[in-house]
Structures are given as structure tokens and as C-alpha cells.
Design a protein around this ligand. Structure first.
Ligand code: RUB
Length: 401
């Protein structure tokens, strides 16, 4: 296969022929425009987009459009996006259009993918044998803690049993919590946990910033001791993931958050589904990626989510897997549904669902781990909770979801 095939859902406006609409997408994104032009030559025809299929779907249609590999500048992700997800969203005769998926040929994937992947991260945490899901937390409140208090919250979560601690998306390097102070303090407390328990806990430092500074910021974070970095791939631009992944000074896994994605992915008829993002972020080198929960606070479609996670883990040109992260309103009472639906190669990440535990952060982390243990031992949550107080309190506080 040398073409990139993009699958779109679209709904034409009343009276508009769906075949015309599908062709309009293929032409707008390749060699055509709204009228015939005198500047076209026969040579450009090899760059034409083609409608490969068109089928009715609900109140709209699904079409596959193939784009010849030659239209792409190999490795230029902004340019890839301009072709498969460019002007088409604004065509006035098409009421709604959503990019559902992309099938990308190998020659357009000159990337190394995740450096660590699921396997590499499991090795760091020590869960290769058990294969248990990882538990993570987002420091809460999102912003407002100083470096010392951030480190204390991180310590409590780590001692309670989380595998991963991360900054929230709006915390970067503000004066009230500078990286140069925050990172050493958090890492010192995590080292203490390692000394006391023998467990390594990752700290994903949010290095999201302007494109010309992000590699330097990743390096700074790693020099200060960070053992993971976090990139907000949508607000930074997807290519930021590649910049950090390919920087040889960055030797730590990359946690990819997707703040702002709801503006693009949420509408089932218009925008871009999460699937193409999963494929892009995996090839660009994201070691972990938020894809959503089935029980949490964010809108989701379980069928899409299952396949999104598959896109991160199925065979793909020899690249390593990306670890899917379930996050957003997660708490111990939701753990069972997450694992039953999404499997155990999953990072279960809870902010409020840990720090909101009536007995505090450490107890919240313990409750999350107990919920995971219950699932892994196939003991119903309520039964397991009878002998695990932290879980019992969590279930009494938030119930099951
Ligand atoms: C979760 C949180 C994350 C969201 C993002 O906090 O702050 O940023 O999970 O979700 P809490 P997604 O656990 O308190 O809800 O990446 O799925 O959009």
C-alpha cells in the first residue's frame, strides 16, 4: 500500500448529492478547487485524491478517500494534517464531516515510535511479570500548591501505592511552582519511597511550552531529575511529541495528555475522532496517551475507546506500543468497569478519586490499588472491601460506576 487512506463520516446539506460531496472532499484536499482551473496540468493527476468507497451510515455517509503518497512531504506532520484534516471541515455544502481514521503507508512513517512503550514502562515499574494495570495520580489541586506541598502530596500518593504521578495540564513553570524547585523536591520524596519500599514511581513533569523551547525544557526537566515528561500534544501541536521523542538528550518516557481534544473529538458528526490522534502520537513517540474512561466524568463512546486503545497496541510497522491512560473522574468504584472493558494494559489515573478520599491521599492511593488487586484476583469489589478498609470507605463515598 502506498496511498494513505482516510475514512470520513459526512452529512451533506439537503439536496446535495453525496457522491458530489465525497468528491468535493477528495478534490479540496488534493488538486481541485470549487471550479475547473486553467493552471492544472496532466502531470498533477498523479496527486489526485480518489473516493474509494461511499456508504450510507445513519443520517449521513461514510467514505474512504485515498491520497497518493507523493502528495505528502515525508515526515512533515503539519503537512500530513493539512491534507487529511484541512479545509474539508469548512465546506459549506457539507453540513458535518468527521475524520474517523487513517490507514497510513509505511513509507510515510519515518519515525521511531515510543522509546519505552508498555514493555519498557513495565520494566521500570516492575510489573512485567504480574501484568497488572498501573495506577497513576494527577496532583490536585491542578494549580495552587507550592513545590514543597506538591512534593508532600506526591509522597503520600507514592507511599500509598501509585506508580505514576503527574502534573496537571495547566501547571507548567509558573512563579508559584517553578520547575527548578518543584522537580528536585518531588524527586527527593520519591527517592525516599524507593529507599523505603524498593518501588520506582514515575513523575511526569509537564514540559508543554512553545515549539522552539520544548526540547530545551525537556532537557531541563530531566537534568533536574524528572524520570518522565508530559506533553500536551493538542495545544502544543502533535509534532511537539516527535521533537521531544527524537531529542537524544531526552532519555525518559513521554506521557501525552490531550487537553482541548474535546473541542475536536467530542462531536460524533464533525471534527476529528481520537483514532487518528492515537495513530499519530504512537508513531511520533508517545509512550503513554490519554484516551478516556468508560466510567469517568468525560464524555465517551465505549466502542470508539476500545478501538482507540487497540490502535495504540496492535501491530504497526514494528513500533512499540503506547500505554493507554484512562483518566478523568476515575475512582476506585470505577476500576472494575475500566479493566473489564479496556483490559489490564492500562494506566488508571485518578486525581479527585485519590486526593478526595476521606482519609487523605495515601488512603486514596491504597484504595485504588486495592480495587486493582480485587480485579486481578477476581474477587468482587464489595467482597474485597470487607477486608480492605480504604476501599470500603472509597466505595461508601463514591459508590460504583
Ligand atoms: C483528571 C484530570 C485530567 C483529565 C483529562 O482529574 O485532571 O486532566 O483526566 O482527561 P480527576 P482526558 O481525576 O480529578 O478527574 O485526558 O481523558 O481528556
Amino acid at each position: 500500500m502506498t496511498d494513505l487512506v482516510a475514512t470520513y463520516y459526512f452529512r451533506p446539506k439537503e439536496g446535495v448529492d453525496p457522491k458530489w460531496a465525497a468528491n468535493a472532499i477528495a478534490e479540496e484536499q488534493t488538486t481541485g478547487t470549487w471550479t475547473s482551473i486553467s493552471t492544472g496540468t496532466k502531470y498533477m493527476q498523479y496527486l489526485d485524491g480518489r473516493v474509494e468507497s461511499l456508504e450510507k451510515e445513519g443520517s449521513g455517509y461514510i467514505c474512504e478517500v485515498s491520497y497518493p503518497a507523493d502528495i505528502f512531504e515525508t515526515g512533515n506532520i503539519p503537512q500530513y494534517l493539512s491534507v487529511v484534516a484541512g479545509n474539508l471541515f469548512g465546506l459549506s455544502k457539507i453540513a458535518a464531516v468527521r475524520l474517523l481514521d487513517i490507514d497510513i503507508p509505511k513509507l510515510l512513517v519515518p519515525f521511531h515510535g515510543p522509546r519505552f512503550g508498555i514493555e519498557g514502562i513495565r520494566e521500570i515499574i516492575g510489573t512485567t511479570q504480574s501484568g497488572r494495570p498501573h495506577v497513576g495520580t494527577i496532583i490536585k489541586p491542578k494549580v495552587g500548591l507550592n513545590p514543597k506541598d506538591t512534593a508532600e502530596v506526591a509522597y503520600q500518593a507514592a507511599i500509598g501505592g501509585v506508580d505514576l504521578i503527574k502534573d496537571d495540564e495547566t501547571l507548567t513553570n509558573q512563579p508559584f511552582c517553578l520547575m527548578e524547585d518543584r522537580i528536585p523536591r518531588v524527586m527527593e520524596r520519591l527517592d525516599q519511597v524507593a529507599d523505603d519500599t524498593g518501588r520506582t514511581v514515575l513523575y511526569a513533569v509537564n514540559i508543554s511550552t512553545s515549539g522552539d523551547r520544548i526540547a530545551e525544557r525537556a532537557e531541563q526537566a530531566v537534568e533536574l531529575g524528572a524520570n518522565m515528561v508530559m506533553v500536551d500534544a493538542i495545544v502544543c501541536g502533535l509534532d511537539a511529541v516527535r521533537v521531544v521523542a527524537e531529542d537524544t538528550r531526552n532519555r525518559v518516557p513521554i506521557h501525552v495528555h490531550r487537553t482541548m481534544h474535546g473541542a475536536i473529538t467530542r462531536n460524533r458528526e464533525h471534527g476529528i475522532a481520537m483514532r487518528p490522534y492515537c495513530r499519530f502520537i504512537r508513531m511520533l513517540g508517545g509512550d503513554q496517551l490519554h484516551t478516556g474512561t468508560v466510567s469517568g466524568k468525560m464524555d465517551h463512546d465505549a466502542n470508539e475507546l476500545i478501538k482507540d486503545n487497540m490502535a495504540l497496541t496492535e501491530t504497526f510497522y514494528g513500533l512499540k506500543d503506547t500505554f493507554p491512560v484512562a483518566s478523568g473522574g476515575l475512582h476506585p468504584g470505577g476500576v472494575w468497569s475500566e479493566l473489564q472493558t479496556l483490559g489490564t494494559d492500562l494506566v488508571l489515573q485518578a486525581g479527585g478519586g485519590i486526593h478526595g478520599h476521606p482519609r487523605g491521599t495515601a488512603a486514596g492511593a491504597m484504595a485504588m490499588r486495592q480495587a486493582v488487586d480485587a480485579f486481578m484476583e477476581d474477587i468482587p469489589l464489595e467482597v474485597y472491601a470487607q477486608t480492605h478498609e480504604e476501599l470500603q470507605i472509597a466505595l461508601a463515598t463514591w459508590g460504583r460506576s
